[in-house]
Design a binder for this molecule. Structure first.
Ligand code: ZN
Length: 244
């Protein structure tokens, strides 16, 4: 099975379209989303509908949870909070119900999906070190879990020849035959923060037991204009050009 995995989309329609175009070309059979479809960006309704139209399997991110009132906006910085209030005012009731009914994690035949962590996903903790990855790797029932949340693509893994240690790699091609368990952060479609402004996504080929982090250019100017036109903080448009 060939999976295409969408990292944090954050209501960036141009980036999402570009990535889905690549999925088609790559022959992706199943689309997965690690959550945060909404928040920051100016096309939340369009992004929700597009993700649903490709029958994606979707977990709930912290911005999705905030959108439906499950997470206190106090945990957000000012810009995120302002964008979330705007998002809440324009998503439909039906879209809210759909977002609210997404699970925090999903286990599939070949992999798992979560937003920040696999263990205690409802806390929306950040995996920023191998130590942060350990609790999730300890309980992961499948060989690999795809996550997002930090918007930085990096993989934490336990290698077959050194299973007691958790290692990490920023390699963009991940050979899963070498690992017992892996937590793959796929980066962000709509708001990369690794100083590469191109949209990030992952491809996972379960037969070849390999995953790839890929990047695609998209029309950033168009999406920045959409953010400004919506009256959202201009910093949310400016950061897209920098990938921060
Ligand atoms: Zn996010």
């Amino acid at each position: 099975m060939k999976y295409g995995i969408l990292g944090d989309i954050h209501a960036n329609l141009s980036a999402l379209r570009a990535v889905l175009g690549h999925f088609e070309r790559e022959g992706v059979e199943q689309v997965l989303s690690v959550g945060d479809i909404v928040g920051y960006g100016a096309a939340p309704r369009e992004c929700i509908e597009l993700v649903r139209s490709v029958n994606a399997i979707v977990v709930k991110g912290n911005h999705d949870a905030a959108c439906v009132g499950e997470l206190d906006l106090r945990y957000f910085n000012n810009y995120a909070r302002e964008a979330m209030r705007w998002t809440q005012s324009i998503v439909t009731e039906e879209q809210c119900q759909w977002l609210a009914s997404r699970p925090f994690t999903i286990d599939l035949e070949h992999c798992s999906v979560g937003h920040g962590t696999y263990r205690r996903p409802e806390l929306f903790d950040y995996v920023q070190s191998t130590t942060d990855a350990d609790p999730s790797l300890d309980v992961l029932p499948t060989p690999v879990c795809f996550v997002g949340h930090t918007h930085v693509p990096v993989t934490c893994l336990r290698l077959r020849d050194d299973p007691l240690r958790t290692a990490y790699t920023t390699d963009t091609e991940i050979d899963l035959t070498e690992s017992l368990k892996a937590l793959v952060n796929v980066g962000s479609v709509g708001q990369p923060r690794d100083e590469d402004p191109r949209a990030a996504y992952a491809i996972f080929d379960s037969e070849r037991e390999r995953a790839w982090i890929r990047r695609v250019e998209y029309d950033i100017e168009r999406e920045a204009q959409r953010i400004r036109a919506a009256g959202l903080p201009s910093v949310l448009a400016d950061r897209l050009f920098l990938g921060v």
